[in-house]
Design a protein around this ligand. Structure first.
Ligand code: PMP
Length: 392
């Protein structure tokens, strides 16, 4: 029974205890912060704030050392099997990280005639930078073919169609770990099997880091980008991990610039907090809550649930759905539904969810869960949604 464990974690989020009667169900957009993260930032700023790599005095030296420590912490958190080889680069978040990989690595590694595969129905942060890089190369006379990642009707990647897109000129494939609209685990192991051992895989881990164990060893990927703010840390900090295999080593162009030290401190505290909480149990909790919400919704005839667990291709293994449930009401527009839910104290997302080309054409409501959400919140949400279920 995870309930006592969960209750102990939930009470560590001051924003939640300060707002009883409100349900924060928008963690796919950003997570709330535990007291330990707030304390760590406060401690740093009140005990030894300085710029890094500049000084001859203790605060500066401590800050420089701390940044190195957090790099190591990120490697550890991602179960990096070769921490002495890999690179960790602090960035603003996933969007910034993926753009960094596109601009500072991809454009320098692609040659005329190369091919890449891009998931155009995923978050635009994981589609537009690759197209931008290819367009830039095109203006320099380097022609690169961009292939669109194939999808199956359940919004999983189409693992049968993908191998047919891979040629001996395929160099790079961008993938998403957990889909930010459908909540499905995109099964990166099958992507590696489809593309073979030599293609560089870049993982958008915005919705997985902090939600489930992310092991770069198990996933066999070459780049990982994630956002701190979705994993209990402050906004404005994220990381790119680069394997330094298959040519994925790179040194971002940075001749100057002050790192986001308080953000880095918050990331350190957040990863410590998550690890102490137990990321595998966090996943168990959010998967169970997501399943409860999905089950409840599927009994209400007015709602259509988007994404996996419906119309799965015959040989597609059922995707694990993480704590993201996206749906529409048959008669009530999604923005209106968002306002109705807000009036009842539920904070959900209602829009088109930043999908690039190939995404949903109409808006929907997304409820996304984290470890601080409760069974009672899900049941109350279902109760309110049931009240709007006008029947068939
Ligand atoms: N990729 C995915 C899958 C996301 O869910 C998000 C955030 N919604 C991003 C990328 C972009 O993250 P950020 O806004 O933190 O840069």
């Amino acid at each position: 029974d995870l309930r006592p464990w969960q209750a102990g974690l939930r009470e560590q989020f001051p924003i939640l205890t300060r707002h009883p009667g409100h349900s924060y169900l928008d963690s796919a957009a950003t997570s709330q912060k535990p007291q330990a993260v707030l304390d760590a930032v406060n401690d740093y700023l009140t005990s030894g704030n300085a710029n890094a790599g500049r000084g001859t005095y203790p605060w500066a030296n401590r800050t420089t050392a701390l940044i190195e420590q957090v790099r190591h912490r990120v490697r550890e958190f991602l179960a990096d099997p070769e921490p002495d080889r890999s690179g960790v680069h602090f960035v603003g978040g996933t969007t910034d990280g993926l753009r960094l990989i596109a601009r500072d690595w991809l454009v320098h590694h692609l040659r005329d005639g190369d091919e890449i595969i891009v998931p155009f129905a995923d978050h635009s942060a994981n589609a537009l930078p690759w197209q931008e890089a290819v367009d830039l190369l095109g203006r320099q006379g380097v022609r690169v073919t961009v292939r669109a990642m194939p999808y199956d009707p359940a919004h999983d990647y189409d693992h049968r169609a993908l191998p047919e897109l891979v040629t001996e000129r395929t160099r790079f494939i961008a993938t998403t770990h957990v889909h930010h609209v459908y909540g499905g685990d995109m099964n990166i192991g099958r992507i590696r099997a489809a593309v073979g051992p030599d293609v560089v895989i870049c993982l958008d881990a915005a919705q997985s880091v902090g939600h489930l164990p992310v092991s770069v060893a198990d996933l066999d990927v070459d780049f990982v980008a994630f956002s701190g703010h979705k994993a209990m840390a402050l906004p404005g900090i994220g990381a790119v991990w680069a394997a330094n295999r298959r040519g994925a080593a790179f040194v971002p162009a940075g001749w100057a610039g002050t790192p986001n030290t308080s953000g880095i401190v918050s990331l350190h505290a957040a990863l410590d907090w998550l690890q102490a909480a137990g990321v595998a149990d966090v996943a168990r909790w959010t998967v169970a809550l997501g399943a409860r919400l999905t089950d409840g919704l599927s009994r209400l005839s007015a709602y259509e649930i988007l994404g996996c667990q419906r119309s799965l291709a015959a040989d597609s293994p059922v995707q694990q759905r993480h704590g993201i449930v996206t749906f529409r009401h048959r008669d009530i527009g999604s923005n209106d539904l968002g306002f109705i839910l807000a009036a009842e104290g539920f904070m959900v997302r209602a829009d088109g969810h930043c999908q690039a080309g190939g995404g949903e054409k109409t808006t929907s409501v997304r409820a996304s869960l984290h470890v601080y959400n409760t069974v009672e919140e899900v049941d109350r949400l279902l109760e309110v949604l049931a009240g709007l279920d006008t029947g068939a």
